[in-house]
Structure formats: structure tokens, C-alpha cells
Design a protein around this ligand. Sequence first.
Ligand code: B16
Ligand code: MG
Length: 215
Amino acid sequence: MKSVLDLLEKVKGVIFDLDGVLVDTAVFHFQAWKRLAQEFDFDFTEIQNEQLKGVSRIDSLEMILNWAHVVASENQKIAWAALKNRWYLEFVAQMKEDDILPGSIALLHWLKQHGFLVALGSASKNAPLILEKTGMFCFFDALVDGNSVTLSKPHPEVFLQAAGQLKLKPSECLVFEDAQAGVDAAVTAGMKVIGVGSHLKGADLSVCSLMEVLN
Ligand code: B16
Ligand code: MG
């Protein structure tokens, strides 16, 4: 059976998604969205939160408003997205190295020691702050996040930009992703992809966590 190391042998660069791959911030997003949904009497569920993984902040809000059958002006949407982010950042402010998902640091060290280029490919506008707070910033040769992309996953823009910054062809990159939209984006970009956390359609391989990669 194909292993992660077999896939790594064929590439020069590795692109990591952030939320759900390197850190578990999904629970913070959930709590902040749930609090916002209460503003318009909507009971936002964990199952709905699953569908927001890898989806940009504003697209996530659109989906929640749709589920809640709420019609809002553009100004109201901007204000709600900012409010949700303020509450989300209260959780992020408490983050430290302990909040890194198991196996992340060992894998990042191993990749750098073995000469791989490493990039971030995340939908989050808060990615630089989270990398700083958790001490992971130093591992990255390139950073592409919600501040530089205009099209949400499953569009491949985020991963194509990351490959471009690393000066690699898409076929020379391997992506680690926890969301179906992200796996679809990597496949469309022409990259190899490893699904993290659950079995994702289209992934070359799936692992339960990054701990499995070097074991
Ligand atoms: P922010 P990823 C994504 O991160 C999250 O999975 C998604 O739930 C969130 O809405 C999105 O970032 C935007 O985050 O509000 O911080 O800009 O999985 O692409 O690393
Ligand atoms: Mg993710």
C-alpha cells in the first residue's frame, strides 16, 4: 500500500492547511458562530459547522444566514462577520504551543531537515497570528491565507499561489487537508493530497492525524 513517505519521495514542497491540520481551531469557530447565530435566534449545530471547514469567513456567514432564512444588508453582514471574528479572536488570544495538533511539530522539523519547502495554504485571515502564537511561523517558506486569496476552496487559487511562492510546479507539491473543499481544491490544482482526520473523497491517502505520518 502507498505510504505518505512514498508520496513525499515524488515532491519538493509540502503545503499545509491550518485549521484541522496543524491546529484545532474549528471548535473556536463553532462557538463564535453559535454565539452570533443566537443574535438572530438560530440554533447553529455542530453538523452545520462541519460544512464550514475550509470556507471563508464571509461565505460561512452567507451559509448560516441561508440556513436561518435571514435576509440582511451588506453592511449588516460586514458587522456580523466582524463581531464573530472578535469573539473568535478572544479564543485565539488564549492559544499557545499546547494547542498544536499532535505530530505537527515533529513533521515540520522532519520536512525542513530533509530539504522540503513548506508553505501554508489556509482560508483564514487570522493564519499569521495563529502561527505566531503557537510558535510555528519559523517553519514556513511561504504563507498564503485568506488575506491574499480572492476565491474560496474548492477553487485551487490558494494552493496555486502557494506553489508559485515556493517556485514549484503544482505536480511537485503535496497538500495536507482536513476539509472536502480543500481536497477538491488540491486535486484541481494538480497536486497530491493527503486527507487528515477522516476519509475524504479524492485524496491519495488518508491519515487520522499527522502523528501517523512518520510512524
Ligand atoms: P477566518 P483553514 C478556515 O481555515 C476554517 O476551516 C474555516 O472554518 C474558517 O471560516 C476560515 O478558515 C476563515 O477563517 O475567519 O479566521 O478568516 O481550514 O482553511 O485553515
Ligand atoms: Mg482546514
